[in-house]
Design a protein around this ligand. Structure first.
Ligand SMILES: C[S@@+](CC[C@H](N)C(=O)[O-])C[C@H]1O[C@@H](n2cnc3c(N)ncnc32)[C@H](O)[C@@H]1O
Length: 318
């Protein structure tokens, strides 16, 4: 399989000049991968059966590709790309029960993000691109996802194999820091599950704003705590066993931060405590999950004694 990114001029529009070097840079990174498992993942992609491309994107379990005859062989190949975290997905007839019910997050946000018809969207920290398929299903013209975790990029290529390369959802092996300083002009920019990993949260917000066209929308989804505008938690070390967690503000504090970063019409549209039904170990993600990060006798606390994960969705205009 060629790990390339072919997007039409029509879908790129006036972003073509800015995005073309990023697409080539991403292809180059995949030709010179820095990960010991990469040859194994690539061999899996190369063995995927040829099927009729198909895409049913407007459903909880994104369905891509017609089923090949040998379902057992395909299941074994796809299991080789374990752990599958974002979904659910149905690839070539194989139902992938992912760690996350990402469809539940989509359900919480879709009614608040406006009409995506014809939009060009940037999804920062997009994982395997699940939400990109949902955005295309909601009418987006182009979704540029970026994620530096190579396994998730390889899972994307497995999805694209079944979807066909005509669909304008890509996952580039890049972090937000790899985007050129002058890049701008997206109709909507999504940052979901990334903010609490940033050391400099206000800089992240300013970056999101710069990436968005004037009048465009930013959707920010992140961990929050309950409390008023003055409340913010910085864990001493790990949070719910996660390393590299920095700021968990209250949603009121986060609204203030977004306003101070220059956004207008900032609104917190959802706040939900994450349950062990939404994030859990499955046959396709056999490692420990949320349940093991909470206290056995008190699900309202993480094993470190912090409030259990609660996530907010904020929408704002540039
Ligand atoms: C908690 S997951 C969220 C995935 C998805 N957006 C969601 O909401 O379900 C965070 C993702 O951010 C990615 N990530 C880590 N560092 C990043 C960076 N510097 N820039 C962009 N994405 C990053 C990780 O690889 C991971 O896939």
């Amino acid at each position: 399989m060629r790990l390339d990114y072919q997007l039409s001029e029509a879908s790129l529009g006036d972003l073509a000049t800015a995005l073309a070097p990023l697409l080539r840079q991403s292809e180059h990174a995949l030709e010179n991968p820095r990960h010991g498992d990469f040859p194994r993942w690539k061999a899996i992609l190369d063995q995927l059966p040829t099927v009729t491309p198909q895409a049913k994107l407007n459903r909880a379990s994104v369905l891509l590709g017609a089923p090949p005859t040998d379902q057992n062989a395909l299941k074994t190949l796809l299991m080789g790309l374990h752990p599958w975290r974002k979904g659910p997905l149905e690839l070539g007839g194989i139902k992938i029960d992912t760690e996350w019910h990402s469809d539940w997050k989509w359900g919480r946000l879709e009614k608040h993000i406006g009409d995506l018809q014809g939009q060009r969207i940037l999804d920062i920290g997009c994982g395997n691109g699940y939400f990109g398929w949902r955005m295309l299903g909601a009418g987006a013209k182009l979704v540029i996802g970026i994620d530096p975790t190579l396994l998730f990029v390889m899972q994307y290529f497995a999805c694209r194999h079944f979807a066909g390369s005509a669909l304008a959802n890509v996952v580039l092996p890049l972090g937000i820091e790899d985007l050129p300083a002058g890049l701008s002009g997206f109709d909507s920019v999504f940052s979901m599950g990334v903010f609490y990993h940033r050391r400099s949260p206000i800089e992240h917000l300013q970056r999101l704003r710069k990436l968005t066209r004037p009048g465009g929308r930013v959707v920010l989804e992140t961990l929050v705590i309950e409390g008023d505008m003055d409340q913010v938690l910085m864990p001493a070390n790990r949070y719910a066993r996660m390393r590299n967690v920095w700021f968990l503000p209250s949603s009121a504090a986060l609204c203030n931060w977004m306003q101070r970063a220059g956004f207008s019409s900032v609104e917190c549209v959802d706040e939900t405590t994450t349950t062990t039904a939404e994030q859990r170990s499955t046959a396709w993600m056999t490692f420990e999950s949320l349940a093991e990060s909470l206290q056995a006798n008190d699900q309202s606390q993480t094993i470190e004694g912090y409030p259990a994960p609660r996530r907010a969705i904020l929408v704002a205009n540039n």
